[in-house]
Every structure is written in structure tokens, then in C-alpha cells.
Design a protein around this ligand. Structure first.
Ligand code: AHG
Ligand code: MN
Ligand code: MN
Length: 335
């Protein structure tokens, strides 16, 4: 990797190309970048410092166990965004309702952020990669007022930026603020993210499928037929495909971005809408994948076109290489 262009510089460079840029989005992204470094440092301590691992004994609004690092990461991102007074509000997986910041400067902020502060957090205790996912919109309510629910319940097509941080064997930030997806790798020796994956593209096809196959009996027949298909022996189509499933959306997504592949989290009989959250998991990943040449659907429509009704709404997710999504939809698509 060329240690030439830093994330900070690249943000300024790409933002000044936008005619109406005022520097606010750059400030917002730099708050996310700083928080990612702080969270990264804490995650790397897990295992050494006992009291940051494990669950806190509480559950979030979705009835899922909250890990100590879920709460920690949530606090770091919220505080950085609040203190820099660059956004009027934030919605997080870890809080029931959105947070409207009340300082005058924040109320004047043009943006809202939706965030999954720590994705795959149950993987922390076993030293497996986790992530952060974020989505950014222009607010709908007038500047100078408090953020409203309508600022957050927007289809993914209206996102102006989205991305993720992967805390993996190295830490990376991958994001889009316009036409392209760019990836930046963190160099812990200098504390700087360097541009390592400019204009990131997902291969048009691949040989990897990622799904929690333990749910097989609870999938719809169409999904089960597709899973049978990917496991058949057929040289002409390169099947069987390889199964890879980490259980952290960010990590599974990132691997497929590099190698080509498909990630599926379908509905089940016990959870018809699947598990993943539309606003801060599916939408940001869908924007990234489309800008990188791939596709994302709930098997009925483009993820990005779904009109959200609730902050923590779930939706089925089929995302990845364009040809593999088309192939899967040949089995799974619902009218
Ligand atoms: P989170 O830790 O933010 O709640 O997200 C966990 C999600 C996602 O990262 C992952 O892909 C999925 O849950 C795994 O679910 P299963 O354990 O059902 O496979
Ligand atoms: Mn998550
Ligand atoms: Mn989470």
C-alpha cells in the first residue's frame, strides 16, 4: 500500500469537488473517523481488560443482549457527533428512539446519521472481526429546528453517504460519498487511515455464498431450493460454491466485496422479515454494493427503494455480485 493519500486529505479532496460543499460533511466524516480509531483501540484490548468483554445483562429495543462494547461504541460515536455539532440528530441500534441534539449549532446541522455502532458484537468474546455501519442523509426538517422522525425514515436512495468500519486483521474504513466506493486501511503505527482501495468494485460474479444455514428448515422453499442448487456438482457453472459465514455482516460483506460472492439473510418462519435492520445495516450496505457494481434486494424490490415505516424495521437481505444476485433471484424472487 502507498502511504500517500490519507482519509482526511481524501475527504477534503472529494468534498471540494462538490460545488456546494461547506465543509460540514467533511467534519461529520472526520468525527466518524476519530470514533472509529477510539473504538478500534478499545476492541484491541478485549481479552486483556476483562471488564470490556461480555454482555451487560440488558437488552436493546430489539430484545437482543447488549454487549459492553455495544454500549461503549454507541457512546463514542454519539459523543463525537454531538461535540462537533455537525449533525442535528442520530439514530442508533442501541437506542429505542432517535437522539435530537439540542445545541443551537447542532440544530443548524444539515445532516442526520443512522448507525450500527458495533456490528457482530457477539463475535468480540471469541476474537473474530466486528464492524461499524453508518448511513448519512440530508435532514428534511428545516435547519434551526430539532430533528424529527421523518428525517430518519427515508428510502436508501436518498442517502448522501454511507460506509462501514471493519475491525479485522487490519482495520479499514470503506465508504461512498458520491460516485465511488473507496477503502482506507488504518496504520496503527501512525494512527492514520490511508487510501488503499480506490474506486473499489465487487467482481461481477464469484463462488462464495454466505448464509446462516442453521436456519435451513425455517426458510421458504424457494430459498431452500437455491441452497440445494449452490451445493450441486456442476463443472460448467463452477458449483458447488464455497460456503463462508463469519456472522458479522461487515466482515462477510467485505470478503465478498473483494472475492465476489453473495450474502443472504432471508426471512424465516419465526422471523418473516429476517434479522437485519433496514436503516443502519441493509441500506448503507446496499448503497455501497450498488456503487461498487453489485446488487441488493429483499427478493421483492431493490433495498434502496423500500419506504421505511419504523426506525428499527428489519428486512430480508440478498446482496453481492450482480450475476450471483440475478442467479439467486431466479429461484427466490417474489412478485
Ligand atoms: P449486531 O451485532 O449489530 O446485532 O448484528 C449482528 C447481525 C449481523 O452482523 C450478522 O450478519 C448477523 O447478525 C448474524 O446473525 P445470525 O447469528 O442469525 O447468523
Ligand atoms: Mn449489526
Ligand atoms: Mn450492532
Amino acid at each position: 500500500m502507498n502511504r500517500i493519500i490519507t482519509l482526511g486529505e481524501h475527504i477534503i479532496q472529494t468534498q471540494t469537488e462538490h460545488k456546494y460543499a461547506t465543509g460540514e460533511l467533511s467534519a461529520l466524516l472526520s468525527a466518524l473517523r476519530l470514533s472509529a480509531k477510539v473504538v478500534n483501540a478499545e476492541i484491541n484490548k478485549a481479552g486483556l481488560v476483562e471488564d470490556i468483554m461480555g454482555s451487560v445483562g440488558s437488552q436493546n429495543v430489539q430484545g437482543e443482549d447488549q454487549q459492553k462494547l455495544d454500549i461503549y461504541a454507541h457512546r463514542i460515536f454519539i459523543e463525537a457527533l454531538e461535540m462537533r455539532e455537525v449533525v442535528c440528530g442520530v439514530a442508533s441500534e442501541e437506542e429505542d428512539s432517535f437522539i435530537a441534539f439540542d445545541s443551537e449549532k447542532s440544530k443548524n446541522g444539515k445532516y442526520v446519521v443512522l448507525i450500527d455502532p458495533l456490528d457482530g458484537s457477539s463475535n468480540i468474546d471469541v476474537n473474530v472481526s466486528v464492524g461499524t455501519i453508518f448511513s448519512i442523509y440530508h435532514r428534511k426538517s428545516p435547519q434551526g429546528t430539532s430533528a424529527t422522525l421523518e428525517d430518519f425514515l427515508r428510502p436508501g436512495t436518498s442517502q448522501i453517504a454511507a460506509g462501514y468500519v471493519l475491525y479485522g486483521s487490519s482495520t479499514m474504513m470503506v465508504m461512498t460519498t458520491g460516485e465511488y466506493v473507496n477503502g482506507y486501511t488504518y496504520d496503527p503505527s501512525t494512527g492514520v487511515f490511508f487510501l488503499s482501495h480506490p474506486r473499489f468494485q465487487i467482481p461481477k460474479t464469484g463462488k462464495i455464498y454466505s448464509i446462516n444455514e442453521g436456519n435451513y428448515p425455517f426458510f421458504d422453499k424457494k430459498v431452500r431450493d437455491y441452497i440445494k442448487y449452490v451445493k450441486e456438482d456442476d463443472q460448467s457453472t463452477g458449483r458447488p460454491y464455497s460456503s463462508r459465514y463469519i456472522g458479522s455482516l461487515v466482515a462477510d460483506f467485505h470478503r465478498n466485496m473483494i472475492k465476489g460472492g453473495i450474502y443472504l439473510y432471508p426471512g424465516t418462519t419465526f422471523r418473516p422479515e429476517g434479522k437485519l435492520r433496514l436503516l443502519y445495516e441493509c441500506n448503507p450496505m446496499a448503497l455501497l454494493i450498488e456503487k461498487a457494481g453489485g446488487k441488493a434486494t429483499d427478493a421483492h424490490q431493490r433495498i434502496l427503494e423500500i419506504q421505511p415505516r419504523q426506525l428499527h424495521q428489519r428486512c430480508p437481505l440478498f446482496i453481492g455480485s450482480a450475476d450471483m444476485i440475478d442467479e439467486a433471484m431466479g429461484f427466490i424472487k417474489t412478485p
